[in-house]
Design a protein around this ligand. Sequence first.
Ligand SMILES: [Zn+2]
Length: 124
Amino acid sequence: MTAEAQNDVPGALGGAAEATSHGHLDPMIREWPIIASIAWEGFMASGRGHVVVEVDGDEVGYRYQAGAPCSCHAVAVEEYDPEAEVVVAVSIGESLDVYRLGAVPSPFVVWATTPGSAYGATEQ
Ligand SMILES: [Zn+2]
């Protein structure tokens, strides 16, 4: 899959040189079908929000949370385009890194072509 993602910080595009500060970007792009599907389904059910990626050792959990992950990223949740972008909050222990990702295929297309079983869809 080809995907492009960018942090919401201008000029902080992902790349080898940014590996230290954007180390979560590669896994997020790899898991884009899961993240994008959860984002779209969550948006349809609860409105604007973000996908929480909880990393606990080797275990990674995904869930949708309505609203913003933190006050400093409220604007990202207010402004992102749910059809094309996802706000992702990566939670590892005490740290929380928030990204505004845009990738192809778009969340709607991914959701429409990904079986719910692939991302553990549940009725809520
Ligand atoms: Zn924030």
